[in-house]
Design a protein around this ligand. Structure first.
Ligand SMILES: [Mg+2]
Length: 122
């Protein structure tokens, strides 16, 4: 079973995405901030990480850098706010595979994740 780690400080977003990906047959784990994301990634060894950018304790960029330092070929999709173009560039430079802008279309997001899992998005 494919494993996805969903990281967002908003409970509503975590719940929504958890439900969506469970329905699609993914094994799902959740994290509420960057620090938790690093811990979960190390134990859960996900195929894909959906990473919010703005979070308390440790933001998504910092967490992505740490995770990619251990798992360099892990697929991370970052969720940024509209207008954070500098963050998008930094994230892609750090090895994040794709950035999507919040608020996102949930069906597009699901398609992107499934395509990435199938190796169709690089
Ligand atoms: Mg946030």
């Amino acid at each position: 079973m494919k494993k996805i780690l969903i990281v967002d400080d908003q409970k509503g977003v975590r719940r929504l995405l958890e439900e969506l990906f469970k329905k699609d047959g993914w094994e799902v784990q959740l994290a509420a901030d960057g620090k938790e994301a690093v811990e979960r990634a190390n134990e859960f060894l996900p195929d894909i990480v959906l990473m919010d950018m703005k979070m308390p304790n440790m933001n998504g960029l910092e967490a992505s850098r740490i995770i990619l330092n251990s798992f360099s070929d892990l697929d991370i999709i970052m969720m940024t706010a509209y207008g954070e173009m500098n963050v998008v560039k930094e994230a892609l430079d750090a090895g994040v595979k794709k950035c999507i802008t919040k608020p996102f279309d949930i069906i597009n997001l699901r398609d992107t994740v499934n395509q990435m899992a199938a190796g169709k998005v690089s």
